[in-house]
Design a protein around this ligand. Structure first.
Ligand code: FAD
Length: 340
């Protein structure tokens, strides 16, 4: 069980900056995200694209903004719990109890939901039995490539992830790349490498094919794939990897008893609290009259929500407004070296 001042749901840009705002006023945060990486939409959807409207940064990319935000919160040493979806939120005396998909338990007086458009989840195989084999023989991401050493693997998809993993895993596994079209969507260079490996007999390409059925007991033994003419082929395989892109789902947030408005959470603009005391919503997930779904708006919302969290987490202390420029305590928390 992890006790903290604030549980932050979502490690997008807004979730990251609120860690800073909490940190400078002396509050500890634990950050949970369903993705395997930090950065939310900035990293998942547009890491290389330029952003021109972050205050005082004329131009940055999704990736460089995430790196800078991480650098800025380094002094507060936040713990990140990645690959974990926040499932349940319930009241526990004066605190909130938060349980993740990995059954990790957090107790905190405050929760800040910075969940963007909901959790990013992989598009999955829709055929019978796919769920039964999930996380045993079917995976939608690679956590440890060594798990696939000397195994037979069928990789599905035509985008960058499918191509990159086909190239990487073909170095030490028997890979078949299956795609429903003849053309690959991923980078031209990667598609060319995959085709060359196919010609050299180092991996097999099967296009235009789709999965038709799975055979096996506890583990997968083989799969059947089908092309547009109805031709069916059987491939013996140990594992299936599916890379069909991500979908965004509001997911369990909808079940926490919060008021919702078109998949967003209404908040007041005084402190961005929801209809539940101690649960705040900031960034793309919140709504109020005039809301702009911009990163800079999320930063402001986080600054106010953090101060409201202080009042709940430290009911016997008085919150004092201070500037980082002149506040000794804030500078100490930031680890700023004093000049002589
Ligand atoms: C192509 C594109 C270009 C953009 N360009 C700009 C721009 O130029 N300027 C600008 O200001 N904005 C831009 N935006 C919008 C900007 O990216 C969003 O406003 C911003 O990412 C919102 O940040 P956030 O932290 O609120 O949410 P997100 O970035 O969406 O992050 C939310 C995180 O919460 C996680 N999450 C959700 N639910 C759960 C759960 N139950 N458990 C665990 N984790 C959960 C998600 O996995 C996700 O990582 C752009 C967006 C796109 C798609």
């Amino acid at each position: 069980m992890i006790k903290t001042d604030v549980v932050v749901v979502g490690a997008g840009p807004v979730g990251l900056f609120v860690v800073h705002q909490l940190g400078i006023i002396g509050l500890k945060a634990e950050v949970i995200d369903n993705l395997d990486k930090i950065g939310g939409q900035c990293i998942e959807l547009y890491p290389d694209k330029p952003i021109y409207d972050i205050p005082a940064i004329p131009e940055c990319t999704g990736e460089s903004l995430t790196k800078s935000l991480l650098e800025q919160i380094k002094p507060f040493k936040p713990n990140f719990h990645l690959n974990e979806r926040v499932q349940e939120v319930s009241k526990e005396k004066n605190d909130w109890k938060v349980v993740t998909s990995k059954k990790k338990l957090f107790i905190a007086p405050n929760i800040i939901i910075a969940g963007g458009v909901g959790s990013f989840e992989p598009r999955k195989f829709l055929i019978k039995d796919a769920e039964k084999f999930e996380n045993k023989s079917i995976f939608y991401s690679v956590k440890n490539k060594n798990d696939f050493k000397n195994k037979k693997i069928c990789i599905f998809g035509g985008g960058d992830s499918a191509l990159d993993w086909a190239i990487e895993l073909s170095k030490f596994a028997e890979v078949t790349l299956v795609h429903r079209r003849n053309e690959f969507r991923g980078a031209e260079h990667s598609a060319a490498v995959v085709k060359k490996l196919n010609e050299e007999g180092k991996l097999k390409i099967k296009t235009p094919y789709q999965i038709n059925s799975i055979e096996g007991g506890k583990k997968i033994d083989a799969i059947k794939i089908k092309n547009e003419d109805g031709k069916i082929e059987t491939i013996k395989t140990d594992f299936i990897l599916g890379f069909f892109g991500l979908i965004m789902k509001l997911g369990p947030i909808a079940e926490w008893g919060l008021n919702l408005e078109k998949k967003t959470i209404p908040v007041n603009t005084e402190n961005f609290q929801t209809n539940k005391k101690g649960i705040f919503a900031i960034g793309d997930i919140c709504t109020y009259p005039g809301k702009l779904k911009l990163i800079l708006s999320g930063f402001h919302e986080g600054a106010l929500a953090a101060r409201a969290c202080f009042k709940i987490a430290r009911p016997n202390e008085t919150y004092r407004f201070e500037y980082t420029t002149t506040s000794k305590s804030m500078q100490e928390r930031l680890g700023v070296k004093k000049s002589d």
